[in-house]
Design a binder for this molecule. Structure first.
Ligand code: NMX
Ligand code: MLT
Length: 429
């Protein structure tokens, strides 16, 4: 059976030829207009980014190399003893466009476990951070500092050829993914369980199994996430920073700081805070009308309803639906008051948001449910939730970094204009 690197090596010439064809045949062909609304509207709708591993359709949601989330669940090897997709098989699919065999997936798990220990200098750095520093800030600092051992940076200093960029990017990226569980678990231990013993990486466990085990939840694949697509703020940040040839550690650290914003990944922490205060105020036996009132109170106070709305999607996020189905498959989850409240909120919130009339998408995104599942499993420290999101999101971001270097993509540099210049441009048509 072929290794991950051998598989990527085979796919690269095909993709390079495709890019060359696009360059020579279509470089001057327009694939959309740039409207003033795009420029002043956060670049929404602009077709301006090459991201090969996944595409987000406004109605249908995300597809990874053509596979929807339900397709992935059918096609990709599952975690040992469970039904959930094993992270390594998703990583393989994202990097190669191919579905790995169970043996290839296991081999990748072994490789990641082998590479998973943190250098002692990083352990000391993370241990020196104040417990009160937000866990996401700690994660970003730790990931950036891992570039101490960057293979890309060392090779660049020695003068590597452009054709070798991708191999070093792959080495760094796999090291980063491998070390994220130990780093994120150490932050959890330091902030919430100081002094507690931290389990060693177990070479027989897969990436998520090791992460949940180090967090103190045993080998539990119910606490996993689903990676993302290209244009969102964190993935875009990784792509932009990577285009300067900053190594994968620096690029992903920057992405984590984008994920730490409340309109983005921090929303899963905010959802839980919001749902818990709703639960406190309205109690468990709550009617739809009472939830409606609570939603209006949030909106009238000028706040957004966390976990609802999306920059691209115009339907319920399939990742939210997948989490709902997951909850429905577990009776103990369906008995949880917080999960019941998430479900009831979903029955009411789209109607209220439509009536409110501002958001283009009144439906839930992935964050509307992810934190509540973690809460039910006893992981109640909600400032930590975005860290879990950040660990799973790495799969999507580092994949594109490898491909950007394999395809030789250039430095990103959009043209900016002042208000006056935009008006002039608009007037002159
Ligand atoms: N509650 C109240 N108002 C909203 C909401 C919401 N959930 N979503 C959008 N709006 C408002 C938005 O603030 C904007 O108002 P204004 O014109 O006063 O600036 C208006 O509706 C139009 O926004 P949209 O074009 O629908 O949304 P946009 O693409 O700008 O933003 C989000 C997308 C996700 C940032 C936005 O829907 C939001 O703030 N949602 C709540 C936070 C959240 O759940 N974020 C997590 C996203 C998922 N993730 O992991 O990144
Ligand atoms: C994400 O996964 O990052 C969110 O769904 C936001 C987005 O895609 O814009």
């Amino acid at each position: 059976t072929k290794s991950l690197k051998e598989t990527i090596e085979e796919v690269i010439p095909v993709k390079q030829a495709h890019l060359k064809k696009l360059k020579t045949e279509y470089s001057d062909t327009s694939i959309g207009d740039v409207k003033v609304g795009n420029v002043i509207g956060g670049m929404r709708g602009l077709r301006a980014m090459l991201w090969d591993s996944s595409v987000l359709d406004p109605e249908e949601g995300i597809r990874f190399h053509g596979l929807s989330i339900p397709d992935c669940k059918k096609a990709l090897p599952a975690a040992p003893g469970g039904k959930e997709i094993i992270a390594e098989s998703m990583l393989w699919l994202l990097l190669t466009g191919q579905v790995p065999s169970p043996e290839q997936t296991r081999e990748l798990s072994r490789e990641l476990a082998q590479k998973g220990n943190l250098p002692s200098s990083i352990e000391s750095l993370v241990d020196s951070l104040p417990r009160t520093l937000h866990p996401m800030t700690q994660l970003g600092i730790g990931v950036a500092a891992l570039n101490h051992d960057s293979s890309f940076q060392a090779a660049y200093e020695k003068g590597m050829k452009k054709s070798e960029y991708w191999t070093h990017t792959l080495d760094d990226s796999l090291n980063l993914v491998a070390r994220l569980p130990a780093l994120a678990a150490r932050i959890y231990r330091n902030v919430y369980k100081p002094g507690a013993a931290l389990p060693e990486i177990n070479p027989d466990l897969d990436l998520v199994g090791n992460y949940t085990n180090m967090l103190g939840y045993g080998d539990n694949h119910d606490l996993t996430g689903i990676p993302s697509t290209g244009g969102n703020a964190s993935a875009h940040t990784a792509h932009l920073v990577g285009s300067t040839l900053a190594d994968p550690y620096l690029s992903y650290s920057a992405a984590l700081f984008a994920l730490a914003g409340p309109l983005h990944g921090l929303a899963n922490q905010e959802v839980l805070r919001w749902q818990l205060s709703m639960l406190k105020e309205v109690g468990e036996e709550v009617s739809h009308d009472t939830i409606k009132e609570y939603l209006w109170k949030t909106l009238k106070s000028g706040q957004v309803v966390p976990g609802y709305g999306h920059g691209v999607l115009r339907n319920p996020d399939p990742r939210f639906i997948a989490l709902q189905e997951f909850c429905e498959s577990k009776p103990e989850l369906m008995n949880s008051p917080i999960i019941q409240l998430v479900k009831k909120t979903y029955e009411v919130a789209p109607g209220v948001l439509k009536e409110h009339g501002k958001t283009k998408n009144p439906y839930p995104n992935v964050d509307a449910a992810s934190g509540c599942v973690l809460y039910h499993y006893g992981l109640t420290e909600f400032k930590y939730y975005t860290v879990i999101f950040g660990v799973s999101r790495a799969l999507g971001c580092i994949t594109q970094l490898v491909w950007a270097r394999a395809l030789g993509l250039p430095l990103e540099r959009p043209k900016s204009y002042s208000l006056e210049a935009i008006e002039q441009l608009a007037k002159s048509g």
